[in-house]
Design a protein around this ligand. Structure first.
Ligand SMILES: [Mg+2]
Length: 248
């Protein structure tokens, strides 16, 4: 935890969401319960939409993998639309209990949240220091990006409908796990490539040490964000408690 960011070399700030910009509690006590309690109603309305069909096809594949690997997921029947709906609901809940980060689950969750944000039932939460940090970095001509396991749609919705208003004007681009796992070095190399930056010009801020380890091994600079409600990690990464500390 000694040393400092090589400030002058940083051109881009890559932010995690859960536990970094947003309280873990919002994700686990608001977003996840909302998805669980609305999934049946959502599928009832949209079961035949092509985007939802794509998510269901993805879930079916994931289910086959779970079955093959002996994890005993709930039965999945597509014999009738009713059976299919119930199967998707059961498997969706089963995956959520395990906090699985697979893309078809995240994609479907994002679509369910979209209705909640649009109706005003959901409002994205960010820590108080987030809006002013985003604004400050923009004035400093540093670009801000997001890398989160939530789908890009879910990320955009959260920042478009926060309790502090629409923050999307401060965010240049969003990455989800279609880029790769957050614990995989290659994901960070890919992101740097997409941004046309050297990894060393990017600082990744997260509350999870193994994600930071992956970013660091790709050559990025790293900051461990320790927020109230986060588990207290043991780490060699530079530590911050608020984004006010990052390029003040
Ligand atoms: Mg996190």
């Amino acid at each position: 935890m000694t040393g400092a960011l090589r400030n002058d070399s940083v051109r881009a700030i890559l932010l995690d969401i859960e536990g970094t910009t947003t309280p873990l509690e919002f994700v686990y006590k608001t977003l996840f319960p909302y998805a669980r309690s609305h999934v049946r109603q959502f599928l009832g309305k949209h079961l035949s939409s092509s985007e939802v069909r794509a998510d269901i096809a993805g879930l079916r594949k994931e289910h086959m993998l779970d079955t093959r690997q002996g994890r005993n997921p709930p039965l999945f029947s597509q014999d009738t639309p009713e059976q299919e709906l119930e199967s998707v609901v059961s498997y969706f809940e089963w995956l959520m209990e395990r906090d699985r980060k697979c893309m078809p689950l995240k994609s479907l969750q994002g679509k369910i949240w979209e209705e909640g944000y649009q109706s005003g039932e959901l409002l994205g939460q960010v820590f108080d220091d987030v809006p002013r940090a985003l604004e400050r970095w923009q004035e400093q001509k540093k670009n801000t990006y997001i890398f989160s396991s939530g789908s890009v749609l879910a990320q955009k919705l959260l920042f478009a409908h926060t309790t502090a208003g629409d923050l999307t004007r401060h965010i240049s681009q969003y990455f989800d796990t279609t880029t790769g796992s957050k614990t995989d070095k290659q994901s960070y190399q890919k992101i740097a490539n997409v941004l046309h930056r050297l990894p060393s010009e990017v600082v990744f801020v997260s509350d999870v040490t193994i994600e930071l380890d992956a970013a660091k091994s790709a050559g990025m600079q790293t900051l461990l964000c320790v927020r109230p409600g986060n588990p207290q990690p043991v780490s060699t990464h530079l530590l911050i408690r608020t984004l006010d500390e990052v390029f003040p």
